[in-house]
Design a protein around this ligand. Structure first.
Ligand SMILES: Nc1ncnc2c1ncn2[C@@H]1O[C@H](COP(=O)(O)OP(=O)(O)OP(=O)(O)O)[C@@H](O)[C@H]1O
Length: 246
């Protein structure tokens, strides 16, 4: 799948101009100053904001001069910065409101360890718990693209590390293309494969994230292998062994 975006969005004093193709399965971090256009990019991609130009996802036109696919028909899960949970529905109802698929809801709640909280109302949950519910609710549509708007900013370190692992599991298991707005270099390093640097409404560069891999020498079946340590973020790397060749 390819996400082809060639759009212009103009507000009174601001113009967002994107002409870029994004690749399937990547984990993109959007990095840039306040007001540089990160949230506007999300709103345009998800169809919450109308823009001029073309968006094509996997050759399917989402918008062009004559056509505009409404937000609910776009294959996107959007996790908002303020969670936006429905306050009058419990955790399970929040998920089932998006899609009446209890099996999927229970599977997702299990991944984020929220099964014990299914009957709780949002105002009785902690910030981290609300964040998890918002994350899995966005996945009830079984989207191909996940948008995370500063999903980690309000969390303490311990909860954040846990949710980061869960986000990676979800990104891999559901084969998502993920875009995450973040101001935290460490979170970007741990999660993203590419960083989109955005400044004043323009993408100035897209850089590959260099992963620092700490390997621990271990003997397995009489062979010396190097296993990445805990700090590693990518599950695919975590599960692989690095053999030395002589
Ligand atoms: N509805 C609107 N009407 C007018 N201007 C807007 C509107 N929405 C956003 N803007 C302007 O567009 C610019 C980009 O805003 P945007 O929210 O995309 O920035 P951001 O990079 O997400 O910032 P932050 O990191 O602070 O959330 C800002 O100058 C903002 O004032």
């Amino acid at each position: 799948m390819m996400i082809e975006i060639n759009i212009v969005k103009t507000f009174k004093n601001f113009t967002l101009k994107i002409n870029e193709t994004f690749k399937q399965y990547e984990f993109y971090a959007l990095y840039g100053k306040s007001g540089s256009g990160k949230t506007t990019f999300f709103r345009v991609l998800s169809g919450l904001e109308k823009s001029e130009g073309i968006i094509k996802v996997n050759k399917k036109i989402w918008q062009d001069k004559k056509f505009f696919l409404p937000p609910q028909k776009r294959d996107i899960g959007y996790v908002f910065q303020d969670y936006a949970l429905f306050p009058n529905m419990n955790v399970l109802e929040n998920l089932l409101f998006v899609k009446k698929d209890k099996k999927l809801a229970m599977k997702l709640l299990d991944i984020v360890e929220m099964t014990p909280f299914i009957n709780r109302m949002p105002n009785t949950l902690s910030g981290g718990q609300k964040q998890r519910v918002a994350l899995v609710r966005a996945l009830m549509k079984e989207p191909k693209i996940l948008l995370l708007d500063e999903a980690l900013s309000a969390l303490d370190e311990e909860v954040k590390e846990k949710i980061k692992k869960e986000i990676l599991i979800i990104h891999n298991e559901f084969k998502l293309t993920t875009f995450m707005i973040s101001h935290q270099k460490e979170d970007i390093h741990d999660l993203a494969t590419k960083v989109i640097n955005i400044n004043n409404g323009n993408i100035v560069s897209i850089e590959k994230v260099q992963k620092t891999i700490h390997l621990s020498p271990t003997i397995i079946n009489d062979q010396l292998v190097f296993i990445p340590n805990e700090k590693l973020s990518s599950d695919s790397i975590k599960n692989s062994h690095f053999k030395i060749t002589t």
